[in-house]
Design a protein around this ligand. Structure first.
Ligand code: PLP
Length: 419
């Protein structure tokens, strides 16, 4: 459910016509809906209400915009971060350090020092080596580091290979069979406060069975550790719940997910932690684009839009589908290909798809672009860095400015010796 709907023939973000935003800011532009973000945050929390002691940390990597983080901070959400940069954004948005979880296989020494100093709530350790380094840092700073050990449960999330993280061959976490021994060794290190386990098997999960299987394995590991006298007070079940990208897609809902988790984990007697990203941010944003021209040739017409793979990388990276809709549809449809202006064949958003009829100058949107959209944008082909807007009722505001190619040109220089 989202708050992008047609009123008087024009697609609105809440009560703001997208035509008004495009007129003022230009295109392409990401537009987020505050009410949608809040609704998703509340629905996800409500879905877990049968469980005591729940901590929800929004996966900042899905949408790190400061205003977006601010909305979620006000909903009582913490943050799951994967870099010092994301940590600083979460702090700047008003998320408390103790509500921040730091994930990722490549936390550098500098990042770990900054995070210990900031007093973040939990490090999700992805290897024994990382734990040993963190222990040294925490000891030197005389600040014990709370941590969980991320375990690779070796289950197949049945999602796109590039966003699957819980199989033995993936780089994430420690092997399930070595986890208890590593937990024991890390627990003995001064400087670490090893308090639990973490798991995250992948993203855009559309089938709950692999998650259930992973959580059952984590529960068994928790019992084993407790049986050996270790303390396990926190279990972080990660994120990954998928969202519908195509109108009519039937996916497990947050309620289905909550029921499954409650079924597996209700008697664990821990603080259960969650790291949802896409399910909160995905349908909270659209990418507004203008049709540059419609190119006709031998096959289906090519709708060339002014957004490209540098603005929205998911179709090129993951063969992802984003619904396309005219901002002022005529009611007619045609079968067309949709592509951006970049000189790569992968800069194609859709092939042979039935879409609203559009022509030069028309506005359209790619839906479900609030997650892994603007955050993956770059300036390839010396294009601008795409701006972001947030709508809230009948108000809207720019929440990230467009960065023009001229500004990027300013940070480059030709060395003297090139003459
Ligand atoms: C990416 C990621 C998430 C969020 O995934 P979504 O599919 O956006 O919910 C959560 N935890 C970790 C460790 C991640 O890497």
């Amino acid at each position: 459910m989202d708050y992008f709907a047609y009123a008087n023939g024009t697609l609105n973000a809440e009560d703001v016509p997208l035509t008004a935003i495009a007129d003022a800011v230009g295109t392409p532009v990401y537009v987020y809906s505050r009410a949608t973000l809040e609704r998703h945050a509340q629905v996800f929390r409500q879905a877990l209400s049968a469980l005591p002691n729940v901590h929800i940390a929004f996966a900042v990597k899905s949408n790190p915009n400061l205003a977006v983080l601010r909305v979620l901070a006000k909903q009582g959400y913490g943050a799951d971060v994967v870099s010092e940069g994301e940590m600083n954004r979460a702090l700047a948005a008003g998320i408390k350090p103790q509500d921040i979880v730091f994930s990722g296989v490549g936390k550098t020494r500098t990042e770990m020092i900054a995070a210990v100093r900031a007093g973040i709530g939990q490090f999700n350790l992805e290897s024994e080596e990382e734990g040993i380094e963190l222990a040294e840092i925490a000891q030197a700073l005389r600040k014990p580091a709370p941590c969980a050990l991320r375990v690779n449960p070796d289950v197949d999330a049945r999602t796109h290979a590039k966003i699957s993280t819980g199989k033995a061959e993936n780089k994430f976490g420690v092997a399930y069979d070595s986890a208890a021994a590593i937990y024991a060794r890390l627990s003995a290190l001064p400087g670490l406060d090893v308090r639990g386990l973490a798991v995250h098997i992948g993203s855009q999960i559309t089938d709950l069975e692999p998650s259930r299987e992973a959580f059952v394995k984590m529960g068994a590991l928790m019992e084993l550790l407790r049986g050996q006298g270790h303390i396990v007070t926190h279990m972080d079940l990660g994120g990954g719940l998928g969202v519908p990208y195509k109108a009519g897609d039937a996916l497990p809902t947050p309620e289905d997910y909550g029921r499954m988790v409650a079924d597996v984990a209700k008697d664990w007697d821990v603080t259960l932690m969650f790291e949802p990203g896409r399910v909160i941010s995905g349908n909270s944003g659209v990418l507004v684009t203008e049709v540059v021209r419609v190119k006709r040739g031998s096959g289906h017409p090519w709708v060339i839009v002014d957004a490209a793979m540098n603005d929205l990388a998911r179709p090129a990276m993951y063969d992802a589908w984003h619904d396309f809709a005219a901002v002022r549809p005529t009611g007619e449809t045609f079968v067309a290909n949709i592509a951006g202006p970049i000189c790569e064949s992968s800069d194609t958003f859709a092939r042979e798809r039935e879409i609203d009829v559009v022509q030069r100058g028309d506005l359209a949107v790619f839906r479900t672009a609030g997650a892994y959209g603007a955050t993956m944008a770059n300036t390839y082909n010396s294009r601008a860095l795409v701006p972001e807007v947030m709508a809230d009722g009948d108000k809207w505001a720019l929440v990230a400015s467009r960065i023009d190619p001229a500004t990027i040109l300013e940070i480059e220089q030709v060395p003297d010796w090139l003459g």
